[in-house]
Ligand binder design. Structure first.
Ligand code: GLU
Length: 498
């Protein structure tokens, strides 16, 4: 038996086939929290042996998402160059083929594995025959007892063979003390002789996973429940190689509100999408921490530091976790509103720029003031877009369709004219909220318009339509010049086409 290093070492082992799914992010984060809570190492290992699906571009997408979440790894590919960082690399399975070959050779030498020359058609015919007889569809290879030399000769002659793990003789139950699910028992006859290396020499997941976890000195494997059934094969390989098992913990499924598998059709499922929708990484991390784990004091909102200090495996719940999008939005709003305005401006700026809303000429004070006014109406960063749209002069226009009725009312011309006069008489660059209310009163007195006959024309003169955010919030954020321009444009539309 080989002894494992004492230091806790965990890994996140994505197969890079696209953006990081929230389920993957949860696995990564639980491993990260566990490592950090015990001063351990967090390793990023890339399971890219499926050459067709695993492209470097996909790996970069996953890395981008991990970096966005600030989940920095202690060992693994460098975030930009992808060069190995750490003493136990390579960290990409596609670069470890000679290592897998070496261990497969050892299993072949000591008879724990054998070369199998069966074709796919032969395997399928055998499977169907076994099924007819109501027997488990396990491969029963005619090559299992061939001496190794004989198989090697056949291979030298140009024949292709897979390396199959021998399960015959392992007639017992395998007991896994799972850190999340408690004892799980697998009868060994659940699996037949399974492939370790494909005929081209490409290793399969279960084999690579064992070799890598052992060689990278991984002490704890926290991963998705869907891998539980793989664990039997992995336990058999550990046993055959005489290696000590790491401790396994299989994390529950993540379901949507209807208790179905999270699906793209019902909304965002990848971290990238959440980023584009304006979620903050800290909020998303806080949210995923609670997908199957609970804070000992029942807290919902807590910092990463607190999560690290309180994280313990015994609070991981084996029952499926429900992904509640409304809760995520609420949590995001809490984080966003707690953020200092200068920081928040930096976060919303890319969202505004993407929509051609440019406020680079505005002062820092204005930016802070506007966010102070808008923050409480925002749940995501993207919510800033419609709000700042109202303040952008370039985006302003009188929406004739929406405003047609108001523009046709009898007092509208008087109201907008009076509003414009009051603005022109005002000194200063901006109106305060109080000044705006005073002016509105002056317009009321001058025109004798009341209720919607007063408010709606003023609204059209300010935002170009009769409905929207409260004016007393918006007006103090608009330059007087801009208010004058807008009112003039609205006045020009009064009576037109109605
Ligand atoms: N590569 C596997 C996946 O992306 C992870 C396997 C494991 O953690 O053992 O699901």
């Amino acid at each position: 038996m080989t002894t494992l290093s004492k230091k806790v070492r965990v890994r996140f082992a994505p197969s890079p086939t696209g953006y990081l799914h929230v389920g993957g992010a949860r696995t990564a984060y639980f491993n990260y929290l566990y490592a950090k809570s015990l001063g351990g190492d967090f390793v990023l290992r890339v399971e890219d042996t499926d050459e067709q699906r695993s492209q470097e571009a996909h790996l970069k997408m996953q890395i981008e998402d991990l970096l966005w979440l600030h989940l920095n790894w202690d060992e693994g590919p460098h975030p930009t160059t992808l060069a190995d960082q750490g003493p136990l690399g390579p960290y990409r399975q596609s670069q470890r083929k000679t290592i897998y070959k070496k261990w497969a050779d050892q299993l072949l030498q000591n008879g724990k594995a054998y070369y199998c020359f069966m074709t796919d058609a032969e395997i399928e015919a055998q499977r169907q025959a076994l099924q007819k007889r109501k027997l488990p569809p396990h491969v029963d290879s005619p090559y299992q007892d061939w001496p190794l030399e004989k198989s090697l000769e056949k291979i030298s002659a140009g024949d292709r063979a897979v390396v199959r793990f021998r399960t015959k003789g392992l007639k017992k139950d395998y007991r896994l003390p799972d850190l999340v699910r408690g004892d799980v028992t697998f009868p060994s006859d659940m699996v037949g002789d399974f492939v370790l290396l494909r005929s081209g020499g490409m290793p399969v997941y279960n084999f690579c996973c064992v070799v890598d976890d052992h060689m990278m000195e991984i002490t704890h494997v926290l991963r998705a429940e869907e891998h539980l059934s793989n664990t039997l094969r992995q336990m058999m390989i550990y046993e055959a190689l005489g290696w000590q098992l790491p401790q396994f913990g299989h994390l529950s499924l993540i379901l949507d509100e209807e208790k179905k598998k999270l699906s793209k059709r019902k909304g965002a499922t990848s971290c990238h999408e959440f980023m584009l929708e304006g979620y903050l990484p800290e909020a998303l991390k806080n949210f995923i921490t609670l997908l199957g784990w609970s804070h000992p004091e029942g807290k919902e909102i807590f910092s990463e530091g607190e999560a690290i200090s309180k994280f313990a495996l015994d609070r991981i719940n084996a029952a499926p976790a429900v992904f509640d999008g409304v809760k995520l939005k609420w949590m995001n709003a809490q984080y966003l509103r707690a953020m200092d305005e200068t920081q928040l401006w930096l976060q919303i700026e890319p969202f505004l720029k993407r929509e051609n809303l440019d406020f680079s000429e505005y002062s820092k004070d204005w930016k802070i003031k506007s966010l102070g006014a808008f923050k409480s109406s925002m749940e995501t960063l993207a919510d800033s877009v419609p709000l700042y749209h109202l303040l952008s002069d370039k985006a302003f226009f009188v929406d004739k369709a929406e405003s047609a009725e108001v523009l046709g009312w009898e007092p509208t011309r008087r109201v907008i004219t009076a509003w414009l006069e009051e603005l022109k008489n005002h000194k200063g660059e901006f109106l305060s909220e109080a000044e705006f209310l005073q002016i509105q009163d002056a317009v009321k007195n001058k025109t004798e318009a009341k209720g919607k006959n007063l408010f709606m024309p003023v609204r059209v003169a300010i935002i170009g339509k009769p409905h929207g955010t409260e004016l007393k919030i918006l007006v103090p954020l608009m330059h007087l010049k801009s208010l004058i321009n807008r009112a003039s444009q609205a006045l020009a539309e009064v009576g037109s086409g109605v």
